[in-house]
Write a protein that binds this ligand. Structure first.
Ligand code: GRF
Length: 198
């Protein structure tokens, strides 16, 4: 049976595109069952539709407006994902932190892409923080990783990591561009590795 992947996004979806391309060219032997976005205007939804992949918009706002909790949102999101019976759930630029209430529905098969090395620059704005740390002389390089998701943000077991140089002449945009182009290879490679160990 071809493994099924559910992908969660919040924005541009350039990493989603890398997965779509690697499924299309046979590098990743899997089916993308659905792309779920918490934002209705995420460009990644257009990328999914262009590739004839079903999409679901699953925003937090209606929950807040109805006085429901974040835990209720997380549980309903988990239930929505489980409808697709996925082998793997990929967070590809998903900007919500997922709680233990979400993760308890899954068996260590949720993975995330993070633009920093393990234990460095957890959470948001990791690239800006690495750039600043380089300017202050506290780091010589940064990196990116694909890791399993646990309740502690960006602290789960790494599946693949890659060091990425920072050059003295780099602007922040240069560094962002370098990291993103590496992420576009690292995430498909991380998915391949995960699937090979199923
Ligand atoms: C990536 O840099 C990823 O590491 C971070 O969010 C960004 C998503 O970019 N978690 P995109 O939406 O895949 O273009």
């Amino acid at each position: 049976m071809v493994p099924k992947i559910v992908i969660l996004i919040s924005g541009n979806g350039s990493n989603l595109q890398a997965i779509i391309d690697n499924v299309a060219n046979g590098e990743i032997k899997a089916e993308i069952s659905v792309v779920i976005s918490n934002r209705s205007n995420a460009y990644g939804l257009t990328r999914a539709s262009n590739a004839s992949i079903p999409t679901v918009v699953f925003p937090l706002k209606p929950y807040k407006e109805a006085g429901k909790t974040r835990v209720e949102y997380d549980i309903d999101l988990a239930k929505k994902i489980l409808e697709y019976k996925p082998d793997l759930i990929v967070l590809a630029g998903w900007m919500h932190i997922l709680s233990a209430d979400f993760l308890q529905h899954f068996s260590e098969n949720v993975i995330n892409l993070h633009p920093a090395l393990p234990g460095q620059f957890d959470g948001a704005h990791a690239i800006e923080r690495a750039y600043q740390a380089f300017k202050e002389g506290t780091i010589t390089h940064t990196g990116a990783m694909v890791h399993k998701v646990i309740p502690a943000v960006d602290r789960g077991l790494p599946i693949l990591t890659q060091e990425i140089p920072i050059l003295p002449e780099d602007s922040l945009e240069d560094l962002e561009e370098r990291i993103h182009s590496i992420e576009h290879k690292l995430l498909p490679a991380g998915i391949k590795k995960f699937l090979s160990e199923l």
